[in-house]
Ligand binder design. Structure first.
Ligand code: DGL
Length: 280
């Protein structure tokens, strides 16, 4: 069985949209010779307002599709999917699976001096309590706030706009004294400037992308004797042009973008193998 000829020992990365590209970038900085397959489920974004069972179903289909490509590992570069679907995915996937929540919690625990930490995320992530439970288990005081509209701003390319600032002020207005704010959504690092301005200079913003990449590298290591720049294949369930356009805030997409009809994410190994260019 061979993967598309240009991809070797690839790592799969998925998100509901463009936000996971922030994690992909961190992974590529650490492992520049690795190949990656990125899947942005842009036809069904946002996950953060959907019932957990639905997100579990979406994540399961995507993980199956990606794992059938014969990957080395899978990164769930979406906080919402990590919050509600991770234990199940880790059990059902034949390769190591990483989420973005534990790395964010690790970093926040290391960074905070006062022990008072804020976390912002989608409705589903905050309602799941995934961050709050882990942070509180480490003896930290936690303020949590869902910021559902921020994802739309990023997907619409309005990350650095007066509208983003207005909404950030609205969501952060009630926060108590904190010295650390966890960006518990992969879209929020794109709003870093606005969030830092609104939260105040004294508040450290925690983005789990770097630590996630560190964990993946520590487990998988570097492919031996490889000096060629790795490649990335992107699949998107929505409009590839819109994906490329939105990703410009992040410096653009490096690699091919292929449209992926949603039916391919249903339980259908034969179709998945054809789409992925796998031959026996
Ligand atoms: N990427 C998702 C997350 O990190 C946010 C976008 C969405 O709601 O789908 O939670």
């Amino acid at each position: 069985m061979t993967l598309k000829p240009q991809l070797r020992r690839a790592i799969g990365v998925f998100d509901s949209g463009v936000g996971g590209l922030t994690v992909l970038q961190a992974l590529r900085r650490r492992m520049p010779h690795r190949d990656f397959v990125y899947l942005g489920d842009t036809a069904r974004v946002p996950y953060g307002r959907k019932p957990p069972e639905m997100v579990v179903e979406f994540a399961g289909g995507i993980a199956r599709f990606l794992c059938e490509m014969g990957l080395d590992g899978l990164v769930v570069a979406c906080n919402t999917a990590s919050a509600v679907a991770l234990p199940g995915l880790a059990e059902s996937c034949p390769v190591p699976v990483w989420g973005v929540i534990d790395p964010g919690v690790e970093t926040a625990t290391r960074v905070t001096r006062s022990g008072s930490v804020g976390v912002i995320g989608t409705k589903a992530t905050i309602a799941s309590g995934a961050y709050q439970r882990r942070l509180e288990a480490r003896g930290l005081r936690v303020w949590a706030q869902a910021c559902p509209m921020l994802v739309h701003l990023v997907e619409e390319g309005l990350a650095d706009s007066p509208e983003a600032e207005l909404l950030a002020r609205h969501y952060l207005s009630g926060h108590p004294e904190i010295d650390t704010l966890v960006l518990g959504c992969t879209h929020y690092p794109l709003l870093r400037n606005v969030l830092q301005r609104v939260a105040g200079k004294g508040v450290k913003l925690v983005d789990s992308a770097e630590v996630t990449a560190e964990c993946v590298e520590a487990t998988l290591g570097t492919p031996p004797a490889c000096f060629v720049q790795g490649r990335v294949l992107h699949f998107v369930t929505g409009d590839p042009l819109a994906f490329a356009h939105t990703a410009r805030v992040l410096g653009g997409v490096d690699g091919e973008i292929e449209p992926l009809p949603l039916r391919e994410l249903a339980r259908n190994p034969q179709a998945n193998r054809r789409t992925a260019g796998i031959s026996d």
